[in-house]
Design a protein around this ligand. Structure first.
Ligand SMILES: [Zn+2]
Length: 394
């Protein structure tokens, strides 16, 4: 570990204010902010920052004016790189759980995913301002809505990136702290609805010139199985293989009625280096062959959740982060896979900047039992502040 990072850690540590951090986290959790409706939490963040003396908080719409994002820059006044901290303040659509503090744990909606982590990033930002230790470059803090599928698909962040709200490297405080994710598969969801023209009728009145939608569904299943065998040969040692997956199939009302529709739903996952548009085209091509052969009509709803992800481990940011991690935690951190898509995928595909997902120890994501450790929020805040100072040096 470079001696200057140990020294920097010691100098920044007194500026991480645990009480303020817990307060920020609970204030963010206290605002209902389901995906698409995150305005109250984003407004609360603006209030927290203004009350703390930041006058230049921006609220870019990012194409979602009902819940404008929050953006704030901390300028050192000297040339250097820009470190971005990015968090989403929307939560999945589950019953609201208000915040509570229980010893080390903060509970409530979004405590884990990811208002806790965003609060740690805010604390790092405040500590950098209070300490005056950011001597070069700048730090950009962004927070937004529309993260959680199927209610959002990252479209607000995508627009923010296109509008220039992007640093030279990004830290994302999602609840993952065991390793640095370096590769992950892209993900799309699809639904295929197979139809024949006539109405549902008793099977004995079945019109003989009309195709069976269940037969067509079976053929689609068989063709997708062939596709999945082929995709299984495209493998990354850490991210796994490409895949097409069927999670649901439905048709018919009762045993002796000739049904009118059959629908199937699932996912398609791909590796970095493959274009999402080509993946979609290949899928649609297969379905249209089944449509022609079976003389049915097949409608496809196809939604890209996020593109695939690869972190360029030779990017200088990666070394800076690993050294800052060792300096603040006392032990090193390894590389590993990114099992789920996150905002890092958007920074990677739209801006080609290095993005590391690293957040606090927490649990219960996408349940009504979310929690986050305050001790670990303090650790993450310090790690973010140290990383920013070290990275922003010219
Ligand atoms: Zn999240």
């Amino acid at each position: 570990m470079p001696a200057n990072l140990a020294d920097l850690t010691a100098r920044l540590k007194p500026f991480i204010n645990r009480e303020r951090l817990v307060q920020t986290a609970t204030r963010l959790v206290s605002q209902k902010s389901r995906t698409g409706e995150a305005k109250p939490a984003l407004d609360e963040l603006e209030k927290i920052l203004r009350e703390d003396g930041f006058a230049n908080v921006e609220r870019p719409a990012g194409g979602h004016p009902v819940a404008p994002a929050v953006a704030l820059r901390l300028e050192s006044g000297r040339a250097g790189k820009t470190m971005q901290f990015n968090g989403h303040l929307d939560t999945v659509h589950l019953p609201f759980v208000p915040p509570s503090v229980d010893g080390d744990l903060i509970r409530g909606s979004g405590a884990c995913d990811m208002k806790g982590g965003t609060a740690a990033a805010v604390e790092a930002f405040q500590a950098l301002r209070d300490s005056g230790l950011l001597t070069a470059g700048s730090v950009l803090l962004t927070a937004h809505d529309l993260h959680e599928a199927p209610w959002g698909f990252g479209e607000q962040l995508d627009q923010l990136i296109r509008d220039g709200y992007v640093g030279n490297a990004v830290l994302i405080p999602e609840p993952l702290s065991s390793h640095i994710p370096v590769v992950g598969r892209g993900n799309a969801t699809w639904k295929a609805t197979i139809r024949r023209p006539g109405p549902p009728v008793h099977e004995v009145h079945r019109p003989l010139d009309e195709p069976s939608v269940i037969d067509a569904g079976a053929e689609l299943v068989a063709r997708l199985r062939q596709m999945s065998q082929h995709l299984a040969t495209r493998i990354d040692p850490q991210a796994g293989s490409e895949a097409v997956f069927i999670g649901q199939i439905h048709s018919g009302e009762i045993y002796n009625q000739f049904p009118q529709t059959c629908w199937l739903q699932g996912t398609r996952r791909w590796l970095p280096g493959v274009k999402p548009a080509e993946v979609e085209q290949e899928f649609r091509g297969l379905v249209s062959q089944v449509e022609k052969r079976t003389r049915t009509t097949i409608d496809i709803e196809y939604q890209v959740i996020r593109d695939a992800f690869r972190l360029d481990t030779s990017d200088p940011f990666v070394d800076v982060f690993r050294e800052a991690y060792t300096a603040t935690s006392g032990h090193p951190i390894d590389f590993g896979p990114k099992a789920f898509v996150d905002d890092g995928c958007s920074f990677c595909s739209l801006a080609q900047v290095a993005a590391i997902t690293h957040g606090p120890k927490s649990g219960g994501a996408h349940t009504v039992e979310e929690w986050v450790s305050s001790d670990d929020l303090v650790r993450v805040a310090l790690l973010y502040a140290v990383t920013a100072v070290a990275f922003c040096q010219p």
